[in-house]
Design a binder for this molecule. Structure first.
Ligand SMILES: [Zn+2]
Length: 375
């Protein structure tokens, strides 16, 4: 397809073109207004910047955040460097670059991707999830909403059915072993008991023995959609609470054991403390196939995008073909190009970015020096 320069992409100049009440990628102001150019001397140490926003660096980000990132599972097979981009908002400005690994270094490990909407998984982390599964992880997908609000011209009931089928196809494309649908009402997650949702997630973390999770950043700034931050905050709490021996003790009578999640990959649509960038050049085609498998949702984006252009008496010829061709063209324009822009900032062909939290290794040095064998 013909490529449209980002600067002339109509949606960038009209970020509020579409209905803001729904979860739609074209509506994400923060992403759409990200600068494409990378400053030669980015702000470091004292401040972080994001678009028009400049904030004092928060002390809580601290050096531990960076050290845990460097000690994560990807460390032995990856190299780190300090990219120059104004979206790197860790305490030091350093970002760990996670590259593709040879063989199956993650064999025996389990990941879970937890998000409310089917396209959250594919669009925001699909390349990294596919990469880790190719490298040996067993993957599970938990979709917390029923996606009843995301189609163009289907009834609510038919929308639920269509998105459930699309979600299965999307998960299969990424290599996911099994899907769990919580099916809470779409856009109503702030009216759901967080204790209940957290308990369901804890049960699955223990049952599946999840080592690594993907989810929205529970503290992402300016997130409009309550489904995103409610799910993410339940996930974050569940990660450590699943390790408690007094939490939901009936699980143990059923044969489960306490189990702590050790690694977290958080993504966000708005400003985020990015400290890990994953090279997804080897899995970009799988990511794009997964996004296209969300055909009801992406088809909806295409139709709304066309409607917005039509109101301005415009059209994009590549979106005027049949539905499959239009979905492919739109997905390439929006998401392949988006991954390429992320990659370009870090000298990679395609990339996804995260706030990564690894295992607590603060006592490892002491253990190495002083621990003795257990007799
Ligand atoms: Zn969403």
């Amino acid at each position: 397809m013909g490529r449209i320069p980002a600067a002339s992409w109509p949606i960038r100049r009209q970020p509020r073109l579409l209905d803001k009440r729904r979860c739609r990628w074209p509506q994400c102001r923060a992403i759409d207004t990200l600068p494409d150019t990378v400053p030669s001397s980015p702000p470091r140490k004292r401040q972080f910047e994001y678009g028009d926003i400049t904030m004092e660096r928060r002390e809580f980000l601290g050096n531990t955040l960076v050290s845990t990132a460097l000690l994560g599972a990807g460390a032995p097979r990856s190299d780190s460097k300090t990219p120059r981009a104004n979206v790197d908002v860790t305490a030091t400005g350093e970002v760990f670059i996670e590259r593709a690994a040879n063989g199956k270094p993650h064999a025996g490990k389990v990941l879970a991707t937890i998000a409310p909407h089917s396209d959250d998984h594919s669009i925001l982390a699909g390349g990294t999830i596919a990469k880790l599964i190719e490298e040996g992880y067993t993957g599970y997908l938990i979709r917390t909403s029923n996606d009843e609000k995301d189609s163009y011209d289907l009834s609510l009931g038919k929308t639920v059915e269509a998105n459930e089928a699309d979600n299965e196809a999307m998960a299969k494309t990424l290599g996911i072993k099994q899907v769990f649908n919580f099916d809470y009402r779409n856009h109503h997650l702030d009216d759901v008991s967080r204790v209940e949702m957290r308990a369901r997630i804890i049960f699955l973390f223990r049952l599946l023995k999840v080592d690594t999770i993907f989810s929205y950043d529970p503290w992402g700034h300016y997130e409009e959609n309550p489904d995103h931050y409610v799910t993410a905050q339940c996930v974050e709490a569940a990660c450590w609470m699943a390790g408690g021996h007094l939490d939901f003790a009936e699980h143990f009578a059923a044969g489960l054991k306490p189990h702590v999640v050790r690694e977290k990959y958080y993504y966000a649509r708005g400003p985020q403390a990015v400290n890990r960038v994953v090279d997804i050049s080897s899995t970009i085609d799988k990511k794009m196939a997964a996004i296209r498998a969300n055909k009801t949702m992406i088809g909806n984006m295409v139709q709304e995008f066309r409607d917005g252009l039509a109101q301005r008496k415009l059209k994009l010829p590549e979106l005027e073909g049949d539905q499959d061709a239009a979905i492919r063209a739109y997905a390439d324009l929006r998401f392949r190009e988006g991954s390429a822009r992320r990659g370009q900032e870090y000298g990679l062909k395609y990339a996804e970015r995260f706030h990564y939290i690894g295992p607590d290794s603060s006592l490892e040095e002491h253990i190495e020096k002083h621990a003795v064998p257990l007799r």
